[in-house]
Design a protein around this ligand. Structure first.
Ligand SMILES: Nc1ncnc2c1ncn2[C@@H]1O[C@H](COP(=O)(O)OP(=O)(O)OP(=O)(O)O)[C@@H](O)[C@H]1O
Ligand SMILES: [Mg+2]
Length: 337
């Protein structure tokens, strides 16, 4: 697979296109209670000064270890939570300042598809009611018969049959439940969808089917995805570009093939080292991760990765590297590359 042929979630060209969504210095800091002996509270920087664009029609993969801020980023981009600081623009409009009425309208355009389909479904609701829940809120005037038809159409779009409308979530497999959640996610015909670990809980063979479904829907409905996963293989398969997060900050953004063939940031190289053991081209570049991931409560002063980076010097520990956009469309936050 190469850049010109696109990838598993569609055929968007890799490179700069029309900006659908842009984040500027976006942060989400939580005030959390410290341990019994520590200070009463501390600030946890879950997402810290992120700036990036999402181009219309692309799949931007977001990868990083557990706790690096992926889900928080998804939530604040969609205004499910308010950012502490920073701007988000969607189709050129600043959405951070939106009031309740405009936010409600925005919810139709942007959807979040969750990680664990079972816990995001009410077990007492039928599949029909689950899929139609967003429509009850947003299309109260729609006739019952019209709704029924739409629910059936949505089920067929996600590869299920209409006759399951009256059944309950527990009657389905994990893959089928994920399809139901996807049907609900597209019910209002959104433009931008955040997929948060949508295949992580599924068997590999089922993962492939759900990824193919998402690709198919993306083409048919002209969707743009922010695709969050901690799984590098999935990220490589679905993304046009990839954003690598570490402790709430962007380490690197690159077109998918560039990132996997020529990772630049030492953190990206160490992450990829974990999957490239068999590939001699990557082996020599492999960076072995030392030490523990620091707590986001005590984020290091300089580069967040400096405490584990084999290339770090005094400057890296003291001064935050800038995200430098390069001519080839890549962005890297490192003093050493
Ligand atoms: N409501 C909250 N209050 C306090 N801290 C929070 C809250 N939500 C998230 N965090 C913290 O913010 C950091 C980022 O969490 P987040 O869930 O975004 O990470 P993630 O990358 O999605 O992780 P995972 O891969 O495990 O899903 C973590 O340290 C988490 O404990
Ligand atoms: Mg998460």
């Amino acid at each position: 697979m190469n850049a010109s042929t696109g990838n598993a979630t569609g055929n968007a060209p890799v490179g700069r296109g029309e900006v659908l969504l842009a984040a500027r210095d976006l942060s989400k800091h939580y005030r959390v209670r410290q341990s019994f002996f520590g200070p009463a509270s501390a600030v946890l920087k879950a997402v810290d000064r992120l700036s990036f664009e999402v181009y219309r029609g692309e799949t931007l993969g977001v990868v990083g270890e557990s706790g690096c801020g992926k889900s928080t980023l998804g939530r604040i981009l969609l205004r499910l939570e308010d950012p502490t600081e920073g701007d988000v623009s969607f189709e050129g409009e600043d959405i951070v300042g939106y009031d309740r009425r405009r936010l409600r309208a925005l919810r139709e355009e942007m959807q979040f598809i969750f990680q664990d389909p079972y816990s995001s479904m009410n077990p007492k609701m039928t599949i029909r009611d689950i899929i139609l829940e967003p429509l009850e809120n947003y299309r109260p005037d729609m006739a019952v018969s019209e709704r029924e038809t739409l629910a059936g159409d949505l089920l067929e779009m996600v590869g299920l049959t209409r006759d399951v409308l009256r059944r309950y979530p527990h009657e389905f497999s994990g893959g089928q439940r994920q399809r139901v959640v996807i049907a609900r996610g597209i019910a209002l015909n959104p433009k931008f969808v955040v997929c948060d670990e949508v295949v992580s809980a599924l068997d590999v063979s089922v993962q492939a089917q759900v990824i193919n479904l998402l690709a198919d829907l993306k083409r048919r409905l002209s969707l743009t995805y922010l695709f969050i996963s901690h799984d590098l293989r999935v990220i490589r398969h679905v993304s046009d570009r990839v954003m690598v997060l570490y402790l709430g900050q962007i380490m690197e953004i690159a077109p998918v093939n560039d990132l996997f063939d020529r990772p630049m940031h030492p953190y990206t190289r160490s992450l990829l080292g974990a999957i490239s053991k068999g590939d001699p081209r990557n082996r020599q570049e492999r960076v072995i991760l030392r030490g523990e991931i620091p707590s986001p409560l005590n984020a290091p002063a300089g580069c967040p990765f400096a405490t584990r980076c084999p290339m770090a010097d005094t400057r890296c520990h003291e001064e935050q590297p800038r995200l430098e956009p390069r001519d080839d469309g890549r962005v890297v936050s490192c003093w050493k590359v």
